[in-house]
Design a protein around this ligand. Structure first.
Ligand code: SUG
Length: 463
């Protein structure tokens, strides 16, 4: 077993927005996705906004990782569903027969890396390894096609089997529906560590309260299975999301709460059983647990969903232990959200030293704020050394990505243009170029493996 080091680094792995980012309104229960459905997106601006966010976090002194976009369209899905012929013929036929299925195969939703996986740091696991379970995302077709490629990407990044354990996704069935870290928060104090797993669906035993309007996504069974397979020795606390919150558009817990270290910032309507949930956390975390509760009176559920205040990143770049909040620009534009943030920042005993507003509007229009775009991975110095460096950003890489996006991405895309055979070709050309920039070899993407130019796998490491 590898000796544990006390000081860890939280690395944010952000999903790079893919060239087919579009607004097809696929996510039921996600109000922004419904509102912007059928509008024109700007994939270029979306990707550049994401890169700027990464650059900003780096400027705070944080370590930034990258998850490459997945190949879209997911032609294999279309083949499985009975479309046949050349890739272009398949796209054309799918557009005529099943346009929403084509849109699903073209979704760039893997950009929301908070849904990529659930991660457990080595300090909390029995075998001393960092564990990852890619989310199966079975609640929707367009997201269910992410899991296998997520497994491949995580396996390439965290290739060192002595330090990392990348599990297969949970069984792809509704009983184990899993949406990853968006419903999981790790909290720690000197007294203890708690993993808060939040689910929305009623249990296999039929217990719990169902939302009336929108579907709940995460299951308790999935969260329990993850806690087991990750061999968590830290305490797991399970809580049901408030069905009222789900019906107000809170499709993931990270739309209504965010935690980091000893701080939990949450809305009073986040959990079905607020008192019980908080008491369990207090019992593990002790007196230095810092609860920041936002009341309905201060910020309504409706404003919470509109502003995405809770989908901020709480980060700790400072040596004095104070935290900073990376909030969406929409929270600055919403007077109630802005006032609530001011209040938090001005309250002396609260450890939030600064709030930064970030423009990720293209992602927000599909329901993804700053926190949705990143997967947090807590690593010891030794573990960080053993991450594939191709996936860690420096300024030169971010500059190269900007040039790449400007060269390959469209600045407008309507869902009806997904039938355009040129889009498929452009996307592949872009991803092929990306594998060169990231030094991923020439067989990282499925089209590279099956195309005439496919060569043996050589996804090597940079440096
Ligand atoms: O699953 N939107 C995503 C947004 C995910 C946000 N992630 C977190 N909260 N962690 C979703 O609802 C819209 C896609 C579309 O319409 O193509 C979408 O899937």
């Amino acid at each position: 077993m590898i000796p544990k080091e006390a000081i860890t680094t939280e690395v944010n792995f952000d999903g790079l927005v893919g060239p087919s980012h579009n607004y097809a309104g696929l996510a039921h229960g996600n109000l922004a996705s419904a509102l912007h459905g059928n509008q024109i997106s700007n994939p270029r601006a979306a990707a550049l906004q994401g890169i700027e966010k990464m650059r900003f976090l780096r400027s705070l002194g944080l370590t930034q990782g990258i998850l490459p976009p997945q190949e879209r369209p997911h032609v294999e899905l279309l083949r499985q569903l009975g479309f046949c012929g050349s890739d272009h013929a398949i796209v054309e036929r799918a557009y005529k027969d099943a346009p929403l299925v084509l849109a699903a195969s073209y979704s760039s939703s893997a950009m929301w890396a908070a849904n990529a996986a659930t991660v457990s740091p080595s300090a909390d696991t029995l075998d001393g390894k960092v564990h990852f379970t890619p989310a199966n995302m079975v609640s929707s077709l367009h997201r269910s096609i992410e899991a296998d490629a997520t497994f491949d990407a995580l396996s390439a990044i965290f290739f060192d089997k002595d330090r990392y354990s990348v599990h297969r996704p949970l069984p792809a069935t509704s009983s184990f529906a899993d949406e990853g870290a968006a419903n999981h928060t790790r909290l720690c104090t000197r007294e203890g560590t708690a993993h808060l797993f939040v689910h929305g669906r009623i249990g296999l035993d039929g217990k719990g309260v169902r939302p009336a309007r929108f579907p709940a996504r995460q299951t308790l069974e999935a969260s329990r299975a993850i806690s087991r397979r990750h061999m968590l020795q830290a305490t797991s606390v399970y809580a049901q999301q408030s069905p009222k919150a789900i019906d107000a558009g809170v499709f993931h817990n990270d739309v209504i709460s965010v935690g980091h270290h000893n701080v939990l910032l949450y809305h009073e309507r986040a959990f079905l059983h607020e008192d019980e949930t908080l008491q369990r956390l207090r019992a593990v975390l002790g007196p230095s647990f810092c609860e920041i509760r936002i009341r309905e009176q201060e910020l309504s559920l409706e404003d919470a969903v509109k502003s995405y205040l809770f989908n901020s990143q709480l980060v700790s770049p400072r040596s004095d232990g104070m935290l900073e909040l990376i909030a969406p620009a929409e929270a600055e534009g919403n007077p109630n959200a802005f006032r609530a943030l001011r209040r938090i920042q001005d309250t002396e005993h609260l450890p939030i030293a600064a709030v930064h507003f970030i423009d990720v509007r293209q992602s927000m229009n599909n329901g993804g704020g700053p926190a949705c775009l990143r997967l947090r991975v807590e690593l010891s110095p030794d573990e960080l050394k053993c991450v594939n460096p191709n996936f860690i950003a420096d300024d030169a890489l971010l500059d190269a990505l900007v040039t790449w996006v400007e060269r390959h991405y469209r600045d407008r895309l309507h869902p009806s243009e997904l039938r355009d055979p040129k889009l498929l070709q452009e996307s592949r050309t872009a991803l092929d170029a990306l594998t060169k920039i990231l030094h991923l070899g020439s067989s990282f993407y499925p089209f590279q493996r099956s195309g005439p130019a496919a060569r043996a796998s050589d996804s090597g490491r940079r440096g």
